[in-house]
Design a protein around this ligand. Structure first.
Ligand SMILES: [Zn+2]
Length: 247
Protein backbone atom coordinates (compact mmCIF):
# COMPACT_ATOMS: atom_id res chain seq x y z
CA UNK A 1 0.00 0.00 0.00
CA UNK A 2 1.50 3.32 1.02
CA UNK A 3 1.61 6.73 -0.44
CA UNK A 4 -2.04 7.32 -1.24
CA UNK A 5 -2.76 11.05 -1.12
CA UNK A 6 -5.84 13.15 -1.91
CA UNK A 7 -5.45 14.56 -5.45
CA UNK A 8 -7.20 17.75 -4.31
CA UNK A 9 -5.56 18.76 -1.05
CA UNK A 10 -2.56 16.44 -0.99
CA UNK A 11 -3.40 14.96 2.40
CA UNK A 12 -1.95 11.50 3.04
CA UNK A 13 -4.73 8.91 3.23
CA UNK A 14 -4.49 5.71 5.22
CA UNK A 15 -7.08 3.14 6.13
CA UNK A 16 -9.91 3.25 8.63
CA UNK A 17 -11.73 0.47 10.41
CA UNK A 18 -15.42 0.07 9.62
CA UNK A 19 -17.86 -2.32 11.14
CA UNK A 20 -19.73 -4.17 8.41
CA UNK A 21 -22.29 -6.70 9.59
CA UNK A 22 -20.81 -6.62 13.08
CA UNK A 23 -17.27 -7.42 11.91
CA UNK A 24 -14.42 -4.93 11.61
CA UNK A 25 -13.00 -4.25 8.15
CA UNK A 26 -10.08 -2.13 7.06
CA UNK A 27 -11.20 0.20 4.29
CA UNK A 28 -9.41 2.95 2.38
CA UNK A 29 -9.95 6.32 3.93
CA UNK A 30 -11.58 8.93 1.73
CA UNK A 31 -10.85 12.61 2.05
CA UNK A 32 -13.50 15.08 3.12
CA UNK A 33 -12.04 18.24 1.62
CA UNK A 34 -14.20 20.33 -0.77
CA UNK A 35 -12.47 18.98 -3.90
CA UNK A 36 -12.93 15.34 -2.85
CA UNK A 37 -16.59 15.90 -1.91
CA UNK A 38 -17.21 17.63 -5.28
CA UNK A 39 -15.73 14.55 -6.97
CA UNK A 40 -18.18 12.30 -5.13
CA UNK A 41 -21.04 14.61 -6.12
CA UNK A 42 -19.98 14.58 -9.78
CA UNK A 43 -19.74 10.79 -9.81
CA UNK A 44 -23.19 10.53 -8.23
CA UNK A 45 -24.65 12.93 -10.84
CA UNK A 46 -23.06 10.96 -13.70
CA UNK A 47 -24.49 7.71 -12.31
CA UNK A 48 -27.93 9.28 -11.98
CA UNK A 49 -27.72 10.59 -15.55
CA UNK A 50 -26.77 7.14 -16.84
CA UNK A 51 -29.68 5.63 -14.88
CA UNK A 52 -32.07 8.14 -16.47
CA UNK A 53 -30.74 7.32 -19.95
CA UNK A 54 -31.22 3.58 -19.25
CA UNK A 55 -34.81 4.06 -18.04
CA UNK A 56 -35.83 6.36 -20.91
CA UNK A 57 -34.21 4.28 -23.66
CA UNK A 58 -35.73 1.11 -22.18
CA UNK A 59 -39.20 2.67 -22.47
CA UNK A 60 -38.51 3.62 -26.10
CA UNK A 61 -37.31 0.09 -26.94
CA UNK A 62 -40.35 -1.54 -25.34
CA UNK A 63 -42.81 0.89 -26.95
CA UNK A 64 -43.05 -0.84 -30.32
CA UNK A 65 -41.10 1.92 -32.08
CA UNK A 66 -39.14 0.44 -35.00
CA UNK A 67 -35.48 0.00 -34.17
CA UNK A 68 -34.30 2.32 -36.94
CA UNK A 69 -35.89 5.26 -35.06
CA UNK A 70 -34.47 4.47 -31.62
CA UNK A 71 -31.51 6.75 -32.24
CA UNK A 72 -33.29 9.82 -33.67
CA UNK A 73 -32.39 12.96 -31.72
CA UNK A 74 -34.89 14.22 -29.14
CA UNK A 75 -37.02 16.92 -30.73
CA UNK A 76 -37.35 19.65 -28.12
CA UNK A 77 -39.13 22.02 -30.49
CA UNK A 78 -41.86 19.51 -31.28
CA UNK A 79 -42.15 18.66 -27.61
CA UNK A 80 -42.68 22.32 -26.76
CA UNK A 81 -45.49 22.49 -29.34
CA UNK A 82 -47.07 19.39 -27.82
CA UNK A 83 -46.80 20.71 -24.29
CA UNK A 84 -48.07 24.20 -25.16
CA UNK A 85 -51.37 23.00 -26.61
CA UNK A 86 -52.09 20.30 -24.10
CA UNK A 87 -52.32 16.88 -25.57
CA UNK A 88 -52.17 16.40 -29.26
CA UNK A 89 -49.81 16.71 -32.17
CA UNK A 90 -50.95 15.97 -35.73
CA UNK A 91 -48.16 15.84 -38.30
CA UNK A 92 -49.17 15.50 -41.91
CA UNK A 93 -47.60 15.78 -45.32
CA UNK A 94 -46.53 13.77 -48.34
CA UNK A 95 -44.59 10.51 -48.15
CA UNK A 96 -40.96 10.77 -47.18
CA UNK A 97 -40.97 14.16 -45.48
CA UNK A 98 -39.78 12.70 -42.20
CA UNK A 99 -43.09 12.69 -40.30
CA UNK A 100 -42.31 9.43 -38.49
CA UNK A 101 -38.81 10.67 -37.78
CA UNK A 102 -40.25 13.87 -36.29
CA UNK A 103 -42.90 11.99 -34.29
CA UNK A 104 -40.26 9.66 -32.83
CA UNK A 105 -38.05 12.63 -31.91
CA UNK A 106 -40.96 14.32 -30.14
CA UNK A 107 -41.85 11.09 -28.34
CA UNK A 108 -38.27 10.58 -27.23
CA UNK A 109 -38.12 14.13 -25.87
CA UNK A 110 -41.40 13.61 -24.04
CA UNK A 111 -40.27 10.30 -22.51
CA UNK A 112 -36.98 11.88 -21.45
CA UNK A 113 -38.81 14.81 -19.88
CA UNK A 114 -41.13 12.52 -17.92
CA UNK A 115 -38.49 10.05 -16.74
CA UNK A 116 -38.13 10.94 -13.09
CA UNK A 117 -36.61 9.70 -9.90
CA UNK A 118 -37.75 9.73 -6.32
CA UNK A 119 -34.51 8.81 -4.60
CA UNK A 120 -31.93 10.14 -7.06
CA UNK A 121 -31.03 6.64 -8.29
CA UNK A 122 -34.05 4.68 -9.46
CA UNK A 123 -35.43 6.35 -12.57
CA UNK A 124 -38.87 5.41 -13.85
CA UNK A 125 -40.01 6.12 -17.41
CA UNK A 126 -43.71 6.68 -18.15
CA UNK A 127 -45.51 3.98 -20.16
CA UNK A 128 -45.32 4.93 -23.83
CA UNK A 129 -46.62 3.09 -26.92
CA UNK A 130 -45.93 3.37 -30.61
CA UNK A 131 -48.24 1.78 -33.19
CA UNK A 132 -48.28 1.92 -36.93
CA UNK A 133 -52.00 2.28 -37.67
CA UNK A 134 -52.03 -0.28 -40.52
CA UNK A 135 -50.51 -2.76 -38.07
CA UNK A 136 -52.99 -1.77 -35.37
CA UNK A 137 -55.89 -2.36 -37.78
CA UNK A 138 -54.39 -5.76 -38.59
CA UNK A 139 -54.24 -6.57 -34.85
CA UNK A 140 -57.85 -5.43 -34.48
CA UNK A 141 -58.91 -7.71 -37.36
CA UNK A 142 -57.20 -10.61 -35.59
CA UNK A 143 -59.08 -9.79 -32.39
CA UNK A 144 -62.35 -9.56 -34.35
CA UNK A 145 -61.62 -13.02 -35.78
CA UNK A 146 -61.07 -14.35 -32.27
CA UNK A 147 -57.26 -14.49 -32.33
CA UNK A 148 -56.52 -11.84 -29.75
CA UNK A 149 -57.90 -9.91 -26.84
CA UNK A 150 -59.40 -6.66 -28.11
CA UNK A 151 -59.96 -5.31 -24.58
CA UNK A 152 -56.32 -5.89 -23.71
CA UNK A 153 -55.08 -4.32 -26.94
CA UNK A 154 -57.29 -1.24 -26.57
CA UNK A 155 -56.66 -0.99 -22.82
CA UNK A 156 -52.90 -0.75 -23.27
CA UNK A 157 -53.30 2.00 -25.86
CA UNK A 158 -55.83 3.90 -23.74
CA UNK A 159 -53.77 3.72 -20.56
CA UNK A 160 -50.28 4.54 -21.79
CA UNK A 161 -49.23 8.08 -21.00
CA UNK A 162 -48.08 8.86 -24.54
CA UNK A 163 -49.22 7.17 -27.75
CA UNK A 164 -47.79 7.59 -31.24
CA UNK A 165 -50.14 6.52 -34.04
CA UNK A 166 -48.08 6.36 -37.19
CA UNK A 167 -49.49 6.55 -40.72
CA UNK A 168 -53.13 7.08 -39.93
CA UNK A 169 -55.47 7.15 -42.94
CA UNK A 170 -53.23 4.96 -45.06
CA UNK A 171 -56.09 2.48 -45.18
CA UNK A 172 -59.77 2.80 -44.34
CA UNK A 173 -60.86 0.91 -41.24
CA UNK A 174 -64.00 -1.19 -41.17
CA UNK A 175 -66.97 0.22 -39.29
CA UNK A 176 -66.10 -2.01 -36.31
CA UNK A 177 -62.43 -0.96 -36.29
CA UNK A 178 -63.44 2.69 -36.62
CA UNK A 179 -65.53 2.36 -33.46
CA UNK A 180 -62.59 0.76 -31.59
CA UNK A 181 -60.32 3.55 -32.80
CA UNK A 182 -62.82 6.10 -31.55
CA UNK A 183 -62.88 4.48 -28.10
CA UNK A 184 -59.11 4.68 -27.84
CA UNK A 185 -58.86 8.26 -29.07
CA UNK A 186 -61.77 9.46 -26.93
CA UNK A 187 -60.53 7.76 -23.76
CA UNK A 188 -57.12 9.32 -24.17
CA UNK A 189 -58.62 12.73 -24.86
CA UNK A 190 -60.91 12.49 -21.81
CA UNK A 191 -57.97 11.62 -19.58
CA UNK A 192 -55.70 14.27 -21.07
CA UNK A 193 -53.18 11.76 -22.36
CA UNK A 194 -51.24 13.08 -25.35
CA UNK A 195 -51.42 11.36 -28.72
CA UNK A 196 -49.01 12.09 -31.56
CA UNK A 197 -50.33 11.21 -35.02
CA UNK A 198 -48.66 11.12 -38.41
CA UNK A 199 -50.62 10.98 -41.64
CA UNK A 200 -50.41 11.67 -45.33
CA UNK A 201 -53.91 13.17 -45.05
CA UNK A 202 -54.86 16.68 -44.04
CA UNK A 203 -57.50 16.66 -41.26
CA UNK A 204 -60.28 17.10 -43.87
CA UNK A 205 -58.89 14.27 -46.00
CA UNK A 206 -58.60 12.06 -42.92
CA UNK A 207 -62.33 12.41 -42.24
CA UNK A 208 -63.07 11.18 -45.78
CA UNK A 209 -60.59 8.34 -45.44
CA UNK A 210 -61.91 7.13 -42.09
CA UNK A 211 -65.54 7.46 -43.15
CA UNK A 212 -65.26 5.55 -46.40
CA UNK A 213 -66.31 2.25 -44.78
CA UNK A 214 -67.84 3.53 -41.54
CA UNK A 215 -69.87 6.32 -40.00
CA UNK A 216 -69.10 9.90 -40.99
CA UNK A 217 -70.01 11.10 -37.53
CA UNK A 218 -67.52 8.78 -35.85
CA UNK A 219 -64.83 9.80 -38.34
CA UNK A 220 -65.49 13.48 -37.66
CA UNK A 221 -65.41 12.89 -33.90
CA UNK A 222 -62.03 11.14 -34.11
CA UNK A 223 -60.53 13.91 -36.22
CA UNK A 224 -61.94 16.63 -33.96
CA UNK A 225 -60.28 14.93 -30.97
CA UNK A 226 -56.95 14.54 -32.77
CA UNK A 227 -56.86 17.88 -34.60
CA UNK A 228 -59.09 20.11 -32.48
CA UNK A 229 -58.31 23.32 -30.65
CA UNK A 230 -56.23 21.54 -28.01
CA UNK A 231 -53.96 19.94 -30.57
CA UNK A 232 -51.12 21.29 -32.61
CA UNK A 233 -51.59 20.55 -36.32
CA UNK A 234 -48.47 20.81 -38.44
CA UNK A 235 -47.91 20.33 -42.11
CA UNK A 236 -44.48 18.84 -42.75
CA UNK A 237 -42.82 19.64 -46.04
CA UNK A 238 -39.33 18.79 -44.89
CA UNK A 239 -36.59 17.21 -46.94
CA UNK A 240 -37.26 13.72 -48.24
CA UNK A 241 -35.08 11.74 -45.82
CA UNK A 242 -35.81 8.45 -47.52
CA UNK A 243 -34.80 9.79 -50.92
CA UNK A 244 -31.72 11.43 -49.45
CA UNK A 245 -30.49 8.30 -47.74
CA UNK A 246 -31.25 6.07 -50.72
CA UNK A 247 -29.50 8.16 -53.37
ZN1 LIG B 1 -8.58 16.23 0.09
Amino acid sequence: MGGRTCPHCGRALGTVTRSIGGRPYEVEESCTCDGALADVERRRAAEADAARVRAASGAVRRSGMPERFWSVPRDGDGLAALAARGFGLYLYGPVGTGKTYTACGVAKAWVWDHTTTYDGREYVAPPFRYRSVPRLLQEMRECYDGHGDQAELAGALMRCRLLVLDDMGQESPTEWALERLWEIVDQRWSNRRPTVVTSQCSPAQLVQRLASRGSLRTAESIVSRLCGAESEVRRIDGPDRRAQSDV
